[in-house]
Design a protein around this ligand. Structure first.
Ligand code: HEM
Length: 148
């Protein structure tokens, strides 16, 4: 089933994106691209812009994949409420996170904005992880209900 692999791929690429985001910050390259949405080098990664270019490029790719997963959560056969909720929340967090990325740059890495960027990233990861788990359970015909 294509859907569960899309959900898993979204999770893996999101993890890579968050890893690169952490590197971006700790290496002090957060303002290497002072413009939004493109770096001064445009669509081509080069020189001092590479890390930030990669973060933005993977963010755009991740956003598309997570939104596609959210759409799939509503359309896949046998879908259920929890899968739809986590998939939709992941889509909302992904779009917010990309918008927030612009604010991170425009406020020149204002601490509270970077902290919110990190915090929404964690919520996004949690929702994407749950969506992937539910997608795999769906494939195996398991019930999603817990004992709670
Ligand atoms: C789904 C999309 C995104 C995710 C999950 C994400 C995640 C992250 C994470 C986890 C960090 C590390 C923060 C920390 O360690 O406190 C980070 C840093 C950063 N992100 Fe993103 N990000 C996304 C999109 C973007 C976009 C579109 C931009 C646009 C410019 C952006 C700009 C930055 C910058 C500049 C930093 C470094 C901040 C600093 O140096 O203080 N992010 N990101």
């Amino acid at each position: 089933m294509f859907f569960k692999y899309l959900a898993l791929a979204s999770l893996v690429i999101l993890y890579i994106l968050m890893f690169i985001g952490g590197y971006l910050e700790s290496s002090g390259q957060g303002l290497a691209c002072p413009q939004w949405p493109l770096c001064p080098s445009g669509f081509v990664p080069s020189g001092p812009y590479v890390t930030e270019w990669v973060h933005r490029f993977i963010a755009a790719t991740t956003g598309v994949m997570i939104i596609a997963t959210a759409v799939g959560a509503w359309r896949v056969a046998g879908s259920h409420k929890r899968l739809r909720i986590t998939g939709t929340l992941a889509g909302i967090f992904a779009v917010s996170q990309i918008g927030l990325g612009a604010i991170v740059i425009n406020t020149q890495l204002k601490a509270i904005i970077v902290a919110i960027h990190n915090g929404i990233g964690i919520l996004l990861f949690a929702m994407t992880l749950l969506t992937a788990i539910y997608a795999f359970k769906l494939q195996h015909g398991q019930t999603i209900k817990t004992n709670a």
